[in-house]
Design a protein around this ligand. Structure first.
Ligand code: NI
Length: 195
């Protein structure tokens, strides 16, 4: 007699939200590559997709490793895993745009970022690679890399904007939604793409 067992490999993990202290910790460099990393990477993608995100850092699911995943294919950019990423070059020219974060649910606010960035990183097998990106790709890379250094985007806002959304941030820290939910355009786009 044959018994067939179907196991689902989908694992959506809980996303930490502010002010969880782990979000302010500096993640550790990854030294072991390959197969042992695969379950974590899979969970990161599953968790990101389930939340309609376009990027996720490992620390957002409580894993203190310098790993981030992105899926910007809907916008004509890459999907990938970036391990131990470091900025090697960035433009002085800045881009304007709204930014949101799965760890700060319901809030989207303008944040200036360099328009272009060049990042060196390691892939799943530990090989060194380079990625260059502009606009949303640059923004996403920098946003997720901030997470690896314990920085959440709402702490980087210009003072005037920070004051404007201070009440909403307080609400989010208490586990509530902002008065008026604001979702960045790119996340709305992703939702539409999945509908
Ligand atoms: Ni984030």
């Amino acid at each position: 007699m044959t018994v067939l067992l179907y196991i689902t490999t989908m694992a959506v993990r809980k996303i930490l939200t502010i002010p969880d202290p782990r979000l302010y910790e500096i993640s550790e460099k990854v030294t072991e590559f390959g197969r042992p990393l695969r379950p974590l990477i899979r969970d990161m993608f599953d968790t990101m997709y389930a939340a309609d995100g376009v990027g996720l850092a490992a620390i957002q699911i409580g894993v203190k490793k310098r790993i981030l995943v992105l899926d910007l294919t809907h916008f004509g950019f890459v999907k990938g895993v970036f391990i131990n990423p470091e900025v090697v070059e960035q433009s002085k020219e800045m881009q304007e745009g709204d930014e949101g974060c799965l760890s700060v649910p319901g809030l989207s606010v303008p944040l200036k970022r360099p328009k272009y960035v060049k990042v060196k990183y390691q892939d799943l097998n530990g090989s060194e690679r380079i990625i260059e990106g502009e606009m949303l790709l640059a923004r996403a890379l920098l946003h997720e890399m901030d997470h690896l250094d314990g920085k959440v985007f709402v702490d980087l806002l210009e003072p005037a904007i920070k004051r404007e959304v201070a009440e909403d941030i307080e609400r989010i820290k208490q586990g509530l939604m902002p008065q008026k939910e604001r979702i960045p355009e790119y996340r709305k786009e992703v939702s539409k793409a999945r509908a």
